[in-house]
Design a protein around this ligand. Sequence first.
Ligand SMILES: Nc1ccn([C@@H]2O[C@H](COP(=O)(O)OP(=O)(O)OP(=O)(O)O)[C@@H](O)[C@H]2O)c(=O)n1
Ligand SMILES: C[C@](O)(CO)[C@H](O)COP(=O)(O)O
Length: 232
Amino acid sequence: MVAQWGVVIVAAGKGTRMGTAESKQYLALQDKPILVHTLELFQSLADTKAITLVVGEHDIDRCRNWVTQYGLDKVTAVVSGGAERQHSVHLGLKALPADIEWVMVHDGVRPLVTAEAVRRGCEAAVRAGASVLAVPVKDTIKQVNEAGVIVATPDRQSLWAIQTPQAFRRALLTHAHEEAEAEGFVGTDDAMVVERLGVPVVVAEGDYTNIKITTPEDLPYATFLLEMRKPL
Ligand SMILES: Nc1ccn([C@@H]2O[C@H](COP(=O)(O)OP(=O)(O)OP(=O)(O)O)[C@@H](O)[C@H]2O)c(=O)n1
Ligand SMILES: C[C@](O)(CO)[C@H](O)COP(=O)(O)O
């Protein structure tokens, strides 16, 4: 990594697809909440200067308590999120300290990201201005219409599954979010708001294990992956 990085961790989602009463970011993975695993990774990186944590408004107090309990002293702000992920990112960006020049955005529910992958993403962003972690898709992907009929099979060679963190020069990402908000555009990741300005975003090598915990079967898989990482 170069310079010092601000990190926006978004965790204000409802976890509808997980279907649990408690939002998925607060479920336990081994000994602690999924969100705490995620925060600890970014806390541990030497070049992380500040972390903004974005959560639901009713979860702010418990998250502030965890910041103290787990010694997450790089978390400089815990703020309330918005209706869509993109709104939550924008709110988190605004809460980063003014002197931060480079920023990563990461899903609170990707607790298995590694320091090495983060480093690859940051290096790519510094070279190109904007990067996302990604892995080539393994399956054949089909585009299917509302009647369930296949209408296209895009060339797999050009298809990548996009992950986080996504890393940007802060001024670029802020401008992109302001433009998106002004024009009512809502995308599912941060690269989309930058791409639409015609600014290139490069992919950096992600890991297939950097899963986004989304549906129930992801929980035992995440537990297994964590177990595999324990030293013998
Ligand atoms: N309004 C929102 C929506 C999502 N997120 C965060 O964005 C990340 C990726 O979103 P996703 O996996 O889709 O989470 P949810 O929106 O919670 O899940 P679902 O779509 O199943 O409800 C998660 O860390 C989630 O908490 C957020 O901060 N604010
Ligand atoms: C940002 C992201 O994790 C990249 O894969 C993803 O786009 C989030 O999408 P979701 O609709 O919030 O699951």
